[in-house]
Design a protein. Structure first.
Length: 336
């Protein structure tokens, strides 16, 4: 399949987290066909029942690994194509990237290059389960090229993530007699207002930390003083998150419980000469790998602004350019 056909085939396989089994099997079969022709090996590596990472490699030791995730966010919708773009869930995040990586590596190994691998993992969109599993089973790779939509620019860094559930408890009462109850919603709102006033750290490369109050739930009925309320808040980090963590604890004190759900630190990434660069605000699998697959780089076709939307798409021209740039990156890193 050419890169456009492969991208559309991958998009048309529903792989919304955690339903990656079908796309994983397709990738295993497709890579096995390539490996049979080019002297490679392909493995499934179980993460959970019916959820496998897929590793293909050509020659040992592995020096450079190209990796991205095979899962997508909901809702699934199938592919379509026009003269400039391929559309569909996962088109840029990250099935077009998978297609460009496969075509890049296939061209390299047909040219006699060895020491290169492809690693496709599950679960990035939820908890990086596949990357954490891969970190427990390293293969000696010295460099990791992680694929996410960067518009074919090499990312110098990516922000981290810190997610909390903030839970307030109160006491139910008839709304005509509010003094007999204690409103959990009012306590939650007061805590959130304190959270909104937290001073955010900044970084000269990554910029400023940001906050999103993503969900608020609570109450039983308009005429009942609420005994329970809950919010989910999400910080994009430019550091370890320690100062924000302490500030959230203080802001919630006496009003609510702040439960840390997810913590991923910000990362600064490698660079090579000859490529345009950028900084991204989203979080990737790179921290979950913990350096076990080598020095990380972040690069891929497509724009993150269309990922996770009903207009998700990838420019065909960027996809084709990415195939060439991935080859260039691999050759440079192998020479190092």
């Amino acid at each position: 399949m050419d890169p456009f056909q492969l991208t559309r085939t991958l998009v048309d396989i529903d792989s919304v987290t955690p339903n990656e089994e079908r796309v994983g099997q397709f990738l295993f079969d497709h890579l096995s066909e390539i490996a049979a022709r080019t002297g490679g090996r392909v493995e499934k590596i179980e993460v959970e029942p019916h959820r496998d990472n897929v590793l293909a490699y050509w020659g040992e030791p592995i020096v450079v690994t190209l990796s991205t995730h095979m899962d997508t966010v909901p809702p699934f919708f199938p592919s379509r194509e026009d003269s400039d773009f391929i559309w569909g869930r996962g088109a840029c995040d990250t099935k077009g990237i998978i297609a460009s990586m496969i075509h890049a590596v296939e061209a390299l190994v047909q040219d006699g290059v060895r020491g290169v691998a492809l690693l496709f993992v599950v679960g990035e969109e939820r908890n990086s389960a596949g990357a954490y599993a891969a970190a427990k089973n390293p293969r000696g790779s010295r460099y990791l090229i992680n694929g996410e939509p960067t518009e074919n620019k090499l990312a110098l860094g990516s922000k981290g993530a810190l997610r909390y559930e903030i839970i307030a408890k109160g006491r139910m009462a008839h709304s005509a007699y509010p003094h007999l109850g204690e409103s959990a919603i009012e306590k939650l709102l007061d805590a959130l207002e304190r959270v909104r006033r937290i001073s955010m750290p900044s970084d000269p490369i990554l910029g400023a930390s940001t906050l999103n109050i993503g969900t608020i739930q609570g109450g039983r009925a308009p005429n009942v003083i609420p005994d329970h309320a809950r919010a989910e808040v999400f910080f994009r980090l430019v550091d370890s998150g320690d100062s924000i963590r302490a500030a959230v604890t203080e802001a919630s004190r006496g009003l609510a419980e702040a439960k840390e759900v997810l913590s991923i630190p910000a990362v600064h990434l490698g660079s090579v000469t000859g490529l345009d660069t950028c900084v991204v605000s989203y979080t990737t699998d790179i921290p979950a790998f913990e350096g076990t697959w080598g020095q990380p780089f972040l690069f891929g076709p497509g724009s993150i602004h269309f990922a996770h939307t009903d207009e998700e798409r990838i420019p065909k021209a960027e996809l084709l350019d990415a195939i060439k740039i991935y080859q260039k990156l691999v050759r440079q890193l192998l020479q190092q």
